[in-house]
Ligand binder design. Structure first.
Ligand code: ZN
Length: 253
């Protein structure tokens, strides 16, 4: 692995991450994300370019707006750093293969959804509609080992979540269902099932911890998207190992 390229993908991730923050926050509010300049959410003061530098500006301003002293959400630098790290993972996993493009598109989708689902409990249709053709095209150019696995994965993802929505009446929403349709295309059949299973496990564990720490109460709705995002990232990078364990140690061992 080329260290210079690793650094480059990290910096690229930081810049894209700060862009994903803006998209994830503005799209659900139907605001433009290209024309308007970024402003402080509290005093509406336009941000100058040094205040737009990912992570560094947050650290230099100690998490506060320079004009109104209002605190800046920790979500911004966390999302920027997360994107940086994920872009590096993509490069380490795929090298300079076409799959790197697929991986970067997938991570971009997941980070934007993370932002908008945490902030608004919403997975915007426009985001899904933007990424759908990109992911289909990427899997068309570089298909999975069995080409129909993408189609089966998409159908399985949508169908299983649809059943969950019907049975549970809440908990999961139509956005989660459509998102799993997109994930199925990239992950394929087996890994989509794995991602479904993992997102429920992660959701149960984190939900329980948040309840015990009294961060949330029993009635409070919790967005399910972040669990899907974490599960999909684990599955995309380590799905083969996890599936290998399962089939060897459980079924044959
Ligand atoms: Zn301000």
């Amino acid at each position: 692995m080329d260290n210079l390229l690793i650094l480059l993908f990290f910096l690229l991730g930081l810049i894209f991450g700060s862009f994903f923050n803006v998209i994830g926050l503005r799209i659900p509010q139907k605001k433009s994300f290209t024309n308007d300049r970024s402003v402080c959410p509290q005093c509406q003061h336009p941000l100058s370019w040094p205040e737009l530098i990912p992570v560094l500006s947050y650290m230099m301003q100690r998490g506060k707006c320079r004009h109104c002293n209002g605190s800046i959400s920790l979500l911004y630098p966390v999302i920027e750093l997360t994107t940086g790290v994920l872009f590096v993972f993509c490069y380490i996993q795929s090298g300079l293969d076409f799959e790197l493009i697929t991986a970067l598109i997938l991570m971009s989708l997941l980070v934007i959804i993370l932002v908008s689902d945490i902030r608004y409990m919403l997975i915007p249709n426009s985001i899904l509609l933007f990424f759908f053709p990109l992911l289909v095209l990427a899997r068309f150019i570089r298909p999975l080992d069995t080409w129909w696995s993408s189609i089966a994965g998409a159908f399985a993802g949508v169908l299983i979540i649809a059943i969950v929505i019907l049975v549970s009446r809440g908990g999961m929403g139509a956005g989660d269902m459509k998102l799993f349709g997109l994930l199925g295309i990239v992950l394929g059949f087996e890994k989509t099932l794995l991602a479904l299973f993992l997102s429920c496990m992660i959701g149960a564990v984190i939900g329980l911890v948040l309840l015990l720490l009294k961060v949330i109460d029993r009635q409070q709705p919790v967005p399910f998207g972040p669990y899907i995002v974490i599960a999909s990232i684990i599955t995309y990078f380590h799905g083969d190992i996890l599936l290998g364990w399962y089939f060897h140690d459980w079924l044959q061992g």
